[in-house]
Write a protein that binds this ligand. Structure first.
Ligand code: SIN
Ligand code: FE2
Length: 219
């Protein structure tokens, strides 16, 4: 996969619809709004089958965010480490399949961000309730870092932190709202990112929750 139009991304460019967060990383404001209701309904159906659960880090800490997955493989963590697994360890069954509405949105958003032919095989679904946070980390359990990550925000707004390739690079903060999409790849593929503690609120589709889909090509 090639990163097509990095040169067109201006760090200071905001056209109201897209905002460059860093070379290789772009925020597409409201990009998922047109399909937000089906996305929420679909993820609720997935979670009814493969329930949200708080996983344990390799160091033995319970994560603040509740997670589930769909796709050929799902991201899991436990005392044995971080990995992609074709099987949901809670149910001992495969993860629910990747819905078309997820895959199509991710493919199209990635293309618009300069990453052609993105075909995700894994979607991590995060559920945040008031106070939930996600500390700075890199997404690096995938095999091919030429493939981007596509993140879709739904429900309550959150403050996203987006930094550089070193943990010590000071992250910038950007508010993510219902329907926003962030794509990062190329020079930003291993950028540290996280989410500050969710503020309480009420969202018409999601109640007191924020959902985030991160679509990846894991295998
Ligand atoms: C993630 O890094 O897995 C999720 C990011 C987010 O919730 O916006
Ligand atoms: Fe992440």
């Amino acid at each position: 996969m090639t990163y097509i139009h990095g040169a067109m991304q201006n760090l200071f460019d905001t056209d109201g619809e897209t905002e460059a967060l860093a070379p290789g990383a772009v925020l597409q404001r409201g990009r998922a709004l047109a399909v937000a209701a089906p996305l929420v309904a679909t993820l609720e159906r997935i979670a009814a089958e493969a329930p949200f659960r708080r996983m344990t880090t390799p160091g033995g800490f319970e994560m603040s965010v509740a997670m589930t997955n769909c796709g050929t493989v799902g991201w899991v963590t436990d005392r044995a480490g971080y990995r992609y697994d074709p099987c949901d360890p809670v149910r001992g069954l495969p993860w629910p399949p990747m819905p078309d509405v997820f895959a199509t949105l991710a493919h199209d958003a990635a293309r618009e961000a300069g990453f052609a032919d993105f075909e995700p095989d894994a979607c991590l679904i995060n559920c945040y309730t008031p106070g939930t946070r996600l500390s700075l980390h890199q997404d690096k359990d995938e095999r091919d870092f030429a493939q981007p990550v596509v993140s879709v925000s739904l429900g309550l707004p959150a403050v996203f932190q987006f930094g550089g390739n070193k943990r010590s690079d000071r992250p910038r903060r950007v508010a993510l709202h219902h329907g926003d999409v962030v794509v990062w790849g190329g020079p930003a593929r291993l950028a540290f990112h996280g989410v500050l503690a969710l503020k309480d609120g009420e969202h018409p589709l999601a109640g007191r929750r924020r959902f985030n889909l991160t679509l990846r090509k894991a295998l």
